[in-house]
Ligand binder design. Sequence first.
Ligand code: SF4
Ligand code: SF4
Length: 726
Amino acid sequence: MEISFEKEIQQLRLGSGATFHGEGILAITKALLESGVAYIGGYQGAPVSHLLDVMVQAKDLVGELGVHVEACSNEASAAAMLGASIHYPLRGAVTWKSIVGTNVAADALANLASPGVTGGVLMVIGEDYGEGASVVQERTHAYAMKSGLILFDPRPDLQNMVDMVKHAFRMSEESNMPAMMELRIRACHLRGSFVCSDNRKSSVSALTPLAEPARFDYSRLAHPPSTFRHEKLKVEQRIPAARNYLIAQQLNELRDGRHAQLGIIVQGGVSPALLRALQEFGMADAFGHSDVPLLILNVTYPLAHEQIAAFASGKDALLIVEEGSPEYIEHEIASVLRRAGLPTALHGKDMVPATGELTPEAMLQGLAQFFERHAPAIDVQPVRAQLEATAARRQQLSAQLQRAPGTAISAPALPARPPGFCIGCPERPVFSALTLAQQDIGPVHVAADIGCHSFATFEPFSIGHSILGYGMSLASRAGVSPMMQPRVLSIMGDGGFWHNGLLTGVQSALFNGDDAVLLIFKNGYTSATGTQEIISTPGKLSKSTAHDKTASLTASDRTIEDTLAGIGVQWLRTVHSYRVSTMRRVLREALTTDFKGLKVIVAEGECQLERQRRLRPWLEALLARGERAVRVKYGVDEDVCNGDHACMRLSGCPTLTLKDNPDPLKVDPVATVNDGCVGCGLCGENAHAATLCPSFYRAEVIRNPRWRERFVDALRGAALRLLRPA
Ligand code: SF4
Ligand code: SF4
């Protein structure tokens, strides 16, 4: 990983009384150090990647504190680390992206929660939900309920988040329950400040290791009959202890308001959006005061039933503002009210949207409905008028976009802007080759996977029939390929291969003797999560000397190939990603050969994002020293381009775009390459592989040229001037 977190690491060193300024996720990282954790692990993923990325780079700091940092191979291995806390008074923290990561970790989590913990345990979970999310839309809350985990959902304010981390460890120790803290995308990237405490060394750590193991204790094993006792302990002791702690420490926030007959209970993470929505009714201010009494849940599981009942008591109506479905909190509160015999009317998903992110705008309708029903004196008309005006404006804009002005021709709405491959990405040429290979042998079913290569599901490629989980493509094919005449192609990245694919896919396909084809993108990093290094990332030396695209990963790391050969893969080809014709031929061969076992193609080409991060400073340094620097760029001869745009349909590179045709007799715009081109060579490769028009050229832009190059350039210039018509 090439991004430097030097500045952030300095912030993590701040001592008592100093003020930390920065992002939410880094504040959480600092809070872990102030809580005296003995170990930190995890698997990267948005929006919590920075926690682990920073820790991996902060070698000196973690060494001084004796904190062990483990970049785990997947979320299951991160969750399994927490098993240390079952016997020992060690505080530990791990992190991953939820819901997908929690799904992977679920087995270890259940087996951790059953015996319970001794040292405090905290899982920092990136709740990737709502606008900008990249995973299936489900709630981590379900795991907290089923396994008996404390779930924090802190109000996003840096001081509050830091305080909640410290409470999470103490609450975990008092209740023996592992704790989770869900952080939404906005909470992780929120910027603010808080007053620091000193970092704490754990009494047991890598600096002061335990002298001997714990005594054997069968009751701490998640094995029957111990598990039957664990179940009772959860219900009869641990959850009540957690409730006692959260009430004693007042972790949930009660805010009075003048409309005492009403009440709103809201998840901490959603509370700023709620307050912003209440502002639209003139019922809240920017400092968090509200005219409606609020109960802000910094802890959403377990709920303190006495606290809920006390809040509801004497009120006409409660509104539960809970993001996502199912409405677990609302259901539990309904039971609390019923058992307490309270007549308070309960609203939630009957008024607040059941799906999608709860933005302030999404809540306005529900709040207006709630106030109209239970507080008719509150004037909701201005908000209703505002909602109607917004709806009308949206409709008007949509109508304008449907009909181009002054014509009867309908224009499409604004085009969607899905994410795509980076400029020069080594995965794009492989999908060009796959498109061409399918022209030769017909369409194939493609089992896609998580990773940058999933961008191929967008245009112009539109490749991929299913995505079943990270590293799961080969396994998911097992139910399809036996029933399909043409061979099925499974695609995964090297990140997915090490995360899960080797065991769930390759091992299973070999064991069953499956006739399967696997394409592995070996770009050297777990790119989609922030280009973290993996076991097959090439060594520093080969990377630092690789300035040529063909030299980047060649003769570098063979861990994937060696592993595949070692486990018994007999049909194995490594092809450079940018060699479109070769890749087309090898894909064709894999999909049609008489060989019946597992066939694996390794597409080798370094992640362009990572490559550019390395090359740009190197080029800048050359220029600063006044040395010669060459940049390769591709271009299109506009006089030759015939305007059919086949090159674009085969590439999708954002720098290969359109411009007006300079020929006044032609109306079709011509292709052009803008200045963002990184000279990956795909344009040239595609032109040859697909026999496109000969309009592409390769240019070398030379800065600080040598005298011979200046001389040749002057000669060429003079010759051109002579040939130019007067
Ligand atoms: S991060 Fe790397 S692998 Fe991912 S799209 Fe960009 S260049 Fe391709
Ligand atoms: S050579 Fe073509 S595909 Fe590669 S970066 Fe330039 S325009 Fe894009």
